[in-house]
Design a protein around this ligand. Sequence first.
Ligand code: ZN
Length: 336
Amino acid sequence: MQVKTVLEIGGDRVLDAISMSRLLDGVQTLSGQKCTVLVYHSVASDEANPYISDDVFSLHMDMLQSEFHVLNAEKYLWHLQRGIAHKPRSVLITVDDGLENNYSVIRPIMEQRRLPWVVFATTENLYSKVRLLWFAMLRAVCRFSSSKELSLLGRSWSLSDNDREIVFKEMNEWVSNFPADQSSEAVERLIQREQSTIPGGYIKKFCTMMTAEQLRDLSSSPWVEIGCHTMSHPFLTCVSEQGLHGEIDESTEQLRSLLDRKIRMFAYPSGRYGCREVTRVAALGYECAFAVDRICGFIPRYEIPRVGIYHSSVSVTRAKCLGISSLLKVVGLRTG
Ligand SMILES: [Zn+2]
């Protein structure tokens, strides 16, 4: 049974009861995993929001502030370098992609509460006029297209019979079967064909990236650490050796020169990577790198697992912070 279904059946009350029982605290202490790294993406208020609203995000932050130790990057790295365990109930909050809503929506919420966070930014769009994140646009195409059918890289999906979010997920997965150069051109063509069907307000809120100026301004905040999330957010395993240099080495250098500081943390886009990418990130002097699931395992600090927060419920987030996801993963279940 999928855990998402378990959550739907059991609901918040069951999760609250488990969390209150301190059972998960005990399991977390026994496993030695005392810091959960959370990953958020877009936060904005809109009925078409594919992620969570700013009101919900604020509730999550209030809960984290009152019930957990929210670490800053400095403290997190200090413990990591020395191999010293964190206090129980420690969390690190990370936000991926560097969308404009990270700056305009998340930043005020974090600063109001004086909560530290890490932003993993992509660099391709920092200086361009049209700053759109390709997979956010692909999701928007699936959501708003008036076509009956969409085709990409030799496969077609019907939009009339299918859940459009599922179509997006299948398309995104399909893209990962092709070399990055080939797929990015095909995705770009599809987006250009369909862009007029996507509401401008949606593109602004959910697909538009931060400017270089916004990112530099964000990095001046004492509450923010900026990490690298590649140049164009590809599936790194589909990128050629030459492409990898641009995606990892060059994007690191772009951030370093823009922000005038060492970039200490890296996050693999979509959690897709292999040993080649781990070796490259380690060789560049990063202090750690974040994944979703650990894949190679030969240098654990370059494959730190994270827990995605896609659910509005505070109870689900609390249970995830207490390690329910890793606990269920052991028995082959996912939290969704
Ligand atoms: Zn990402």
